[in-house]
Design a protein around this ligand. Structure first.
Ligand code: CA
Ligand code: CA
Ligand code: CA
Length: 308
């Protein structure tokens, strides 16, 4: 692996307990949950009338904490969740933690390492001030295989506008397109458009617990990774990126394991973290893959690879 820039070291010591540990290797707490718009929003986890953001974070916590975690969806680009552990995951030789998703390989022999791959950007947090919380200056991005490529857009920001659910829908040319002018979006590069509503999901795709008329999400955007393999719109395939992303390869694949040594600061310089206490994941692609809907990262738990 190429090492760029200055390497910073935090003076800290971490004891690795090789014996039976009182700690859980799984997620212990969820701090934030703000998905982007998407076809499973308000369903996974389920929104109930009157729920506020704190209620939805609680539901995300019920899903993600412990060894029997279930899945949450982050919707389209920028939707995020952040969570923590009851101990510092040490940065040892090789990969240190796994993020579980629902990615799977397709069965086409000519397109290996592709299928349902919906890469999410991973941030890691080291609790430098030991207050048990992820403070803003404690986050570092995991520089995955695409980080230094010019096809990757840093500081990409997208705004989603709350739709009027009662407006007349604008059906598209495809039967599954219920409303091709459903949710307006715009980005900080002058692009704008609409997210489509499809016939498979009738509920609101906008997080109903958010009260504003719009909201914005920001982060590193990866190149679109889905393509129409059939050429007729029937079979869409997502290519897996090599390493360093969530929900980008099956849970049994080495690509779902992450090395803390891949963390970089805001300027793209590698930082030498002794370990991490927090993880944030957000959807890294702004693409709709035909009838499959938006590319949306799912998170179904995470664990420390060093703890048994
Ligand atoms: Ca490591
Ligand atoms: Ca802290
Ligand atoms: Ca997925």
């Amino acid at each position: 692996m190429e090492i760029k820039g200055v390497v910073k070291t935090y003076k800290s010591s971490i004891t690795v307990n090789k014996e039976a540990s009182p700690y859980s290797k799984y997620i212990a707490d969820v701090f934030e949950f703000r998905p982007a718009v998407g076809q499973f929003i308000n369903e996974v986890p389920e929104y109930m009338n009157g729920n506020m953001e704190a209620d939805m974070i609680k539901k995300a916590k019920q899903s993600l904490v412990g060894g029997n975690a279930t899945m949450i969806t982050l919707g389209g680009f920028g939707g995020y969740v952040s969570f923590g552990f009851d101990h510092t995951i040490p940065n040892l030789e090789g990969r240190d933690f796994k993020i579980l998703g629902n990615a799977f390989w397709g069965n086409n022999a000519t397109a290996t390492r592709s299928g349902s791959c919906e890469p999410g950007i991973i941030m890691v947090g080291y609790d430098k001030n030991k207050n048990g919380k992820p403070d803003e200056d404690e986050w570092y991005e995991i520089a995955g295989s695409e980080y230094f490529k010019n096809t990757t857009t840093k500081n990409y920001s997208i705004t989603y506008f709350k739709p009027n659910e009662n407006k007349p829908p604008v059906p598209g040319s495809e039967l599954w397109q219920t409303d091709v002018e459903y949710i307006k979006w715009q980005d900080n590069f002058g692009n704008s458009g609409f997210k489509t509503k499809n016939t498979f999901h009738a509920q609101s795709y906008y997080p109903l617990w958010l009260s504003g008329s719009s909201y914005s999400l920001t982060g590193t955007k990866l190149k679109d990774n889905f393509y129409d393999q059939s050429g007729t719109g029937t079979y869409w395939v997502g290519t897996s990126y090599d390493y360093g992303y969530a929900d980008n390869a099956p849970n049994t694949d080495e690509a779902s394991n992450i090395d803390i040594s891949w963390a970089v600061d805001k300027n793209g310089n590698y930082v030498k973290l002794p370990g991490i206490d927090f993880i944030k994941v957000y959807t890294g692609v702004n693409q709709e893959a035909g009838w499959l809907g938006e590319v949306s990262t799912e998170v179904a738990g995470a664990y420390d690879l060093h703890l048994n």
